[in-house]
Design a protein around this ligand. Structure first.
Ligand SMILES: [Zn+2]
Length: 210
């Protein structure tokens, strides 16, 4: 195994600079239990820098990433264990009061799912991805026919966030926390090229976050 140069160089830079600047915060973080202000479920996409966007410091955000930021339905028993175990820990142990689903533009997972569902055939090579993105079927079914291709993809990305929030409520322990006002669920869609973020309002519409 060879350690790539970018890894050692960047690590050394971080250790000498950023870590030194935040030394006290790291020390304090190691001596107290973590108490994040929000859990963020977002996509594996390397362009989503949630800690940068929301000014995250050590211990602020509890992050779970998966392809296309999906919270699978309770009925998707073969798919939901990883995401739900992260949520279970976040809510039951850490008692995090905010749960953010952060979707985004140009999502490869959503685009792939759109293509396979449209063509009604999977790419055989993607054994695991095919199974995972099958969770998006319900969101896909809601795409309006009269939209342009670009509008359809954006709609699909945003519908997936709505569906994930809907799916959260199928789990009794999550639904109970929401009903008791102990958990605030927030849906966000991030546009990579413009930096725009839209949030899901109480009427279930995406509105600019300004
Ligand atoms: Zn994505």
């Amino acid at each position: 195994m060879e350690i790539p140069k970018f890894l050692t160089e960047r690590y050394q830079f971080w250790k000498k600079n950023t870590f030194e600047d935040f030394k006290e915060i790291y020390l304090q973080a190691s001596q107290t239990p973590q108490k994040p202000i929000a859990m963020i479920i977002t996509c594996c996409d390397s362009r989503i820098l949630e800690n940068t966007i929301f000014g995250g410091s050590v211990g602020d955000y509890f992050i779970h990433r998966n392809i296309a930021n999906i919270v699978p339905s309770k009925n998707d028993k073969d798919q939901n264990i990883q995401t739900l175990s992260a949520i279970e820990y976040a809510l039951k142990v850490l008692k995090i009061p905010n749960l953010i689903i952060l979707g985004h533009s140009n999502c490869g997972g959503v685009a792939y799912s759109y293509k396979t569902l449209l063509d009604k055939k999977n790419i055989n090579d993607f054994e695991y991805i095919n199974q995972w993105v099958s969770c998006l079927q319900n969101s896909y079914n809601n795409i309006p026919d009269n939209f342009t291709e670009t509008e359809k993809i954006t709609f699909f990305e945003q519908e997936n966030i709505k569906q994930s929030i809907k799916n959260l409520r199928e789990y009794n322990f999550i639904d109970k926390l929401i009903k008791e006002n102990k958990l605030n669920v927030i849906g966000l869609w991030y546009q990579i090229n413009s930096g725009l973020i839209k949030f899901l309002d109480n009427n279930n519409n995406f509105i600019d976050l300004d």
